[in-house]
Design a protein around this ligand. Structure first.
Ligand SMILES: NC(=O)C1=CN([C@@H]2O[C@H](COP(=O)(O)OP(=O)(O)OC[C@H]3O[C@@H](n4cnc5c(N)ncnc54)[C@H](O)[C@@H]3O)[C@@H](O)[C@H]2O)C=CC1
Ligand SMILES: O=C1[C@@H](O)[C@H](O)[C@@H](O)[C@H](O)[C@H]1O
Length: 336
């Protein structure tokens, strides 16, 4: 049986996921699309899923008899309503990060899925599927002794005018918040945000760069540079310092040129390319589990923990230098 997927939000990543579902992956096809922007949804349908039905709202799409599973790729603040609609319809749902822009919203999703009694939600934390992060996790667990510190950087070449200071946490740092939990098998106990000198390339409504300091339950200290107008490329760095050695996330493979008296190697400029294999793997995982009526990969609880940590970082942004505590309730049995 081919899994019939409805996509809510046909912008940048919605289109990218439609393409991979219909052209790259196996076992599924896009049969319904919805977006508040009718031009966006019509163009995406024409370009990538001409047989799909254009549906008036995400809630209608989730309830549709022509949809077996839902992919949510609308703006972060709207994810909760569509994930809850999919759960209410008993349908597996892949929700792009963040699961919700607030802990309260993510908590309502955890409650709904727990009440349903079976996993339905997968969150789009694709870095857990990245070959480089998986190699790094194996080394951190087996080669360098207990991890003591992590130095990371999340650099975008530029961001649009609608990207504002809290999005550096909710939209960008959320990736490190999740992947470092997974890498270290640890949770966070505090967050602090400090701001270096501003870059002149940032628009007035975004503090850029920022440095986020996190502490974990086992005492590991993490610093993450968030620099979303770095200009030179899309550059993700992560170095783990252990008791017996260091381990760094490998850079993506690139040819090294000797030319014009220079040693040159290309740096990627777009998340679509940097994590293309991870997006394919996470969505193929989703299709496989959804065909069995369930979900795998990063859970709604992972999305909730990320949202709690994100809320603390956003609070720390508004109190420069203050240390904001992070505490979590007990994890429901569904996620053990
Ligand atoms: N995993 C990753 O690396 C990435 C994840 N994302 C996430 O994907 C989501 C979308 O991001 P982009 O595609 O970059 O944004 P975008 O702005 O390109 O596309 C979002 C689309 O959602 C639509 N939309 C907004 N509110 C809606 C609603 N209530 N109902 C239906 N459609 C609605 C907009 O009209 C737009 O077409 C965000 O949550 C973002 O964090 C985005 C880029 C990369
Ligand atoms: O999720 C993504 C974007 O939404 C976000 O804005 C970027 O900073 C991240 O690098 C990208 O992976």
């Amino acid at each position: 049986m081919t899994l019939r997927i409805g996509v809510i939000g046909t912008g940048a990543i919605g289109r990218d996921h439609m393409r991979r579902i219909n052209q790259t992956l196996s076992g599924a096809k896009v049969t319904a699309v919805s977006d508040v922007n009718i031009e966006s949804v019509r163009t995406a349908r024409a370009d990538l899923a001409p047989e799909a039905e254009v549906v008036g709202s995400g809630e209608e799409l989730a309830a549709s008899a022509g949809v077996d599973a839902v992919v949510v790729t609308s703006w972060g603040a709207t994810h909760e309503q569509y994930v809850l609609a999919a759960i209410a319809a008993g349908k597996p749902v892949f929700c792009e990060k963040p699961l919700s822009t607030t802990a309260a919203g993510a908590g309502r999703i955890v409650e709904a899925e727990t009440a349903f009694g079976r996993r339905l939600v997968q969150v789009g934390f694709m870095r857990r599927y990245d070959a480089g992060y998986r190699m790094l996790k194996a080394v951190v667990e087996n080669e360098i002794g207990r991890p003591l510190m992590v130095h990371a950087a999340h650099r975008n070449p530029s961001v649009p005018e609608q990207y504002i200071t809290p999005m550096a946490i909710q939209d960008t740092l959320i990736h490190e918040i999740d992947v470092l939990r997974w890498l270290l098998d640890d949770d966070y106990v505090s967050a602090q945000v400090i701001s270096p000198r501003r870059t002149r390339h940032a628009h007035a409504r975004v503090e850029d760069p920022q440095i986020v300091l996190l502490e974990t339950k086992s005492g590991i200290r993490i610093d993450v540079e968030i620099f979303v107008n770095c200009r030179y490329g899309y550059d993700i760095q992560c170095q783990v310092v252990g008791e017996e050695g260091l381990a760094s996330l490998p850079d993506p493979m690139a040819v090294v040129m000797r030319k014009d008296a220079k040693l040159q190697s290309a740096i990627m400029t777009d998340w679509k390319d940097r994590f293309i294999d991870s997006y394919d793997l996470e969505l193929q995982d989703f299709i496989k589990a959804a065909a069995r009526g369930t979900a795998s990969g990063p859970t709604a609880w992972d999305g909730y923990v990320a949202a709690v940590s994100s809320d603390a970082c956003v609070e720390a942004q508004s109190q420069p230098g203050s240390i904001v505590p992070i505490s979590l309730p007990a994890r429901p049995a569904l996620y053990n």
